[in-house]
Design a binder for this molecule. Sequence first.
Ligand SMILES: NC(=O)c1ccc[n+]([C@@H]2O[C@H](COP(=O)([O-])OP(=O)(O)OC[C@H]3O[C@@H](n4cnc5c(N)ncnc54)[C@H](OP(=O)(O)O)[C@@H]3O)[C@@H](O)[C@H]2O)c1
Length: 305
Amino acid sequence: MEQINFKQTNLNSSRLIYGCMRISGNNTADDRAKGKLAIRTAIDAGYNHFDHADIYGGGASESLFGEVLKESPELRDTLIITSKAGIRPKNDENSYAPTRYDFSEKYILDSVDGILARLQTDRLDMFLLHRPDYLFNADEVAQTFALLKASGKVKHFGVSNFKPSQVELLKSAMSMPLVTNQVEINIHNIDSLLDGTLDQCQLHNITPIAWCPLGGVAYSAWGNTFSVNDELRIENELNKQAEKHQCQPWQVVLAWLLKHPANICPIIGSTTPERIIAAKKALELDYSREDWYRLLEARNGQSVP
Ligand SMILES: NC(=O)c1ccc[n+]([C@@H]2O[C@H](COP(=O)([O-])OP(=O)(O)OC[C@H]3O[C@@H](n4cnc5c(N)ncnc54)[C@H](OP(=O)(O)O)[C@@H]3O)[C@@H](O)[C@H]2O)c1
């Protein structure tokens, strides 16, 4: 599969990243077997970059991936493993505490130790802060990152769901680079195009990663406010383009993301082997500026001014 260098790093990532949020399912034996097959299918299809978070499956997704690494230790050096932490669930020792964000030093250091233990590895290639902690202290986070780097537990650092101002704040305190911002981008949610996120990525050599790239097409997007007519318009245009490019509508959506000059890397979250493989078709489409604006127009219900 096409690879892309994550700027400011030596990481050459498959352009499509495999997302491990759903791999443990309900953590039944059947679901776990399906998850392992998905991981192995992705590796065989050329995905070398795997996205995790400590909360996926309550830790079960990382543990499942750790089992694969234990079964095939030779894989570790061939893979880029990213994980995230900072969302602190309420079901911990203090029942008074609500679900909250927590970037305090101890919480992040302990979280990374937990991630490494579950993944059965001694290092993460990238560690990301999952969602901005409204109470975060940039100097404390920079210090925590420095400790993680010095210990060899994390090679590179990034963020997720950060607004441009939050990236600027954290960057200002860091001596190391921030190498990625993982944000929701799909045909329904184009905030990152409008709020400066993708411009900032290009300006600072930050590689954007798109989560839920098929949101609103394969399933309902988060906070979807699109009407039935809106959805029909998008669907019609996707069908037209799919026919033109001899592919499936959801592959067009991926091509639309890939076209952006910020070099967006979509995370593929399907656990269906055929879809994990078929997603690569998007990398082959000769997707034009006209296609791109047509789909935007269908999404917006009007042409650009
Ligand atoms: N940073 C964050 O805050 C954040 C938030 C959410 C997710 N993520 C990351 O992003 C990754 C991708 O997110 P996602 O899993 O929501 O992404 P996705 O790839 O947009 O969606 C995957 C879902 O769509 C279904 N699907 C895919 N193609 C389909 C089709 N043609 N028809 C019908 N259903 C289809 C899949 O079902 P099947 O499995 O049955 O194929 C699966 O349920 C996650 O794994 C995680 O790593 C990050």
